[in-house]
Ligand binder design. Structure first.
Ligand code: SER
Length: 259
């Protein structure tokens, strides 16, 4: 891929990559959830696919990939204060329903960011769920990430859920925008509120179901739910440090500024 692709090219490249790995490519679902009284708006690529993870419905294919329109409200208070938060965004995702799991999801995500997008390995960092030794082994032994670049985080950062339904521990890929974008505080690392480490991809190992009473039960089959922020990948690829500077958004921003 060329060194400064458009956001449209990144979206297409992602979907083509997962089509080549036998994923069925589906168009984005509506922002308004269908038959899901637990959500007002779709805030993640997996939200419309919940019944496929729980086994309530049979997916048209065990592997799916989408670019889902999202509106995420829990972090809406940060919009305008950071370079990486937006109200509306597009989320790229590959999903497995009882098919591949952790190892394959990690291998493909790394292949995509380092070989297809050719993001600099020097700038990439990994987070894993605190007790997830299996992910640690895959990232360090199979992929070859230096141990000091694999950061363990807790429930708040690395356990993913959206209301009742399928959920699980996750592992994330971060892109370092450089010390000049950081807060400079001692201990600043992945998960810090500042703009230095940009989370570009979240790999969720979907293995539990959050029940309505708050308890966790095991899903019958494990699954994979990944989400890569399209506009954030574009930031990294286009060498800018704010979502508002990428090719897709900056013309809108400039237009309103002119008005
Ligand atoms: N569900 C996870 C997220 O939205 C990964 O797709 O971050």
């Amino acid at each position: 891929m060329n060194s400064c692709p458009s956001t449209d090219q990144i979206r297409k490249t992602f979907l083509d990559f997962f089509a080549s790995k036998d994923h069925l490519i589906l168009p984005s679902y509506s922002l308004i959830p269908e038959n899901d009284p637990t959500l007002l708006l779709v805030g993640a690529g997996m939200a419309p696919l919940k019944p496929y993870f729980t086994g309530e419905r049979r997916p048209p294919h065990p592997r799916i990939a989408t670019c889902q329109k999202c509106l995420r409200t829990p972090d809406i208070g940060q919009v305008g204060y950071t370079g990486r938060h937006a109200t509306f965004f597009e989320m790229l995702g590959n999903f497995s329903f009882g098919d591949y799991f952790k190892e394959q999801a990690i291998i493909w995500s790394w292949e995509f960011v380092t070989e297809i997008l050719q993001l600099s390995r020097e700038r990439l960092w990994i987070s894993i769920y605190r007790e997830d030794e299996e992910s640690f082994e895959i990232w360090s032994r199979e992929i070859g990430i230096a141990e000091e670049r694999i950061v363990r985080l807790g429930d708040e950062d690395n356990f993913w859920e959206i209301g009742p339904g399928p959920c699980g521990p996750c592992s994330e890929i971060y892109y370092d925008l450089g010390p000049e974008k950081g807060c400079g505080k001692p201990g600043c690392t992945l998960g810090c509120d500042c703009d230095r480490y940009l989370e570009v991809w979240n790999l969720v190992f979907t293995q539990f179901c959050r029940e309505a009473d708050g308890s966790l039960t095991n899903l019958k089959k494990t699954g994979i739910d990944t989400g890569a922020g399209l506009e954030r990948l574009a930031m990294a690829m286009q060498g800018v440090t704010s979502l508002y500077e990428i090719d897709l958004i900056s013309p809108i921003f400039k237009h309103f500024a002119a008005l």
